[in-house]
Design a protein around this ligand. Structure first.
Ligand SMILES: [Zn+2]
Length: 259
């Protein structure tokens, strides 16, 4: 008999399959991303009591199926439902974004306990403390590091120039995965402007500096530059549109410069 695996897991996404089944992707603690078929999930609520909702933390039992990429989902017992997240459109939009970009940056069955913990702890934080620009951007930077795409922010990725001039203009190169000075950026495609202040704040967030205030009071121009860089860089590595990004912009006070 094929073994049954049991692991804590976060629901990443679900879609209906046929009349009564669902295909569900989970980020598990022990096996990385697991996608499987939950037979009868559309009709029978017994084995999946409220447990296949977005962001839910569950105790998952599954089996692999021979010659099939989809696992067989036996049961998913709800551990934490994150009910607060669905009470505000802003929180929900942020949670959907965190889950979608995590899903987009990891591959099936690639074990990464740190990524699992990062998403689990971040959803809990979001539920307890609400949204903030600092939190959102820190989440992206840490996720990028954990999956091996940490951007270089302390000096020019090509010539290593370290710029201390206040007025220095940087560019973030998606292809190079780091900032470029004025000279090096000249001939590169896919670059985004990034002023000195935005570079400083991103560097501090990446270093998880405790000295930074929880609420960042920054000019909207700086916020816009920072958000454009981290989001576009994540999208570059996902190699597809981030569907929840429009939702996030619509409901996020971060984009009004409020936090
Ligand atoms: Zn340079």
């Amino acid at each position: 008999m094929r073994p049954i695996y049991v692991t804590p897991a976060i629901v990443l996404r679900t879609r209906p399959f046929g009349e009564s089944d669902k295909i569900v992707s989970f980020l598990t603690e022990d096996f990385g991303k697991v996608t499987g078929i939950a037979k009868g999930a559309m009709r029978s609520r017994k084995r999946f009591v409220n447990s296949l909702e977005s962001f839910a933390l569950v105790n998952l039992r599954f089996q692999d199926r021979p010659q099939n990429d989809l696992a067989f989902i036996l049961t998913a017992e709800l551990l934490v439902g994150y009910r607060q997240l669905s009470t505000s459109l802003e929180r929900m939009s942020h949670a959907a974004y965190l889950v979608e970009i995590t899903d987009g940056l990891i591959s099936e069955r690639e074990e990464n306990l740190a990524v699992y913990r990062h998403l689990r702890d971040s959803l809990r934080y979001l539920e307890e403390h609400g949204t903030s620009l600092r939190f959102l951007t820190s989440f992206e930077l840490k996720l990028l590091r954990l999956v091996g795409y940490q951007p270089v922010l302390d000096n020019c990725k090509r010539c290593r120039k370290d710029c201390n001039e206040v007025s220095c203009q940087w560019y973030f190169s998606l292809i190079d995965g780091g900032i470029l000075c004025d000279t090096c950026a000249g001939s590169r495609r896919e670059t985004l402007p990034l002023g000195t202040r935005a570079v400083e704040v991103l560097t501090a967030l990446q270093a998880e500096a405790d000295a930074l205030p929880v609420s960042l009071s920054l000019p909207f121009s700086v916020i816009k530059e920072m958000r454009a860089v981290t989001q576009r860089f994540v999208q570059f590595h996902m190699d597809r549109e981030i569907k929840s990004a429009a939702f996030l912009h619509q409901f996020s006070s971060a984009y009004s410069g409020a936090n």
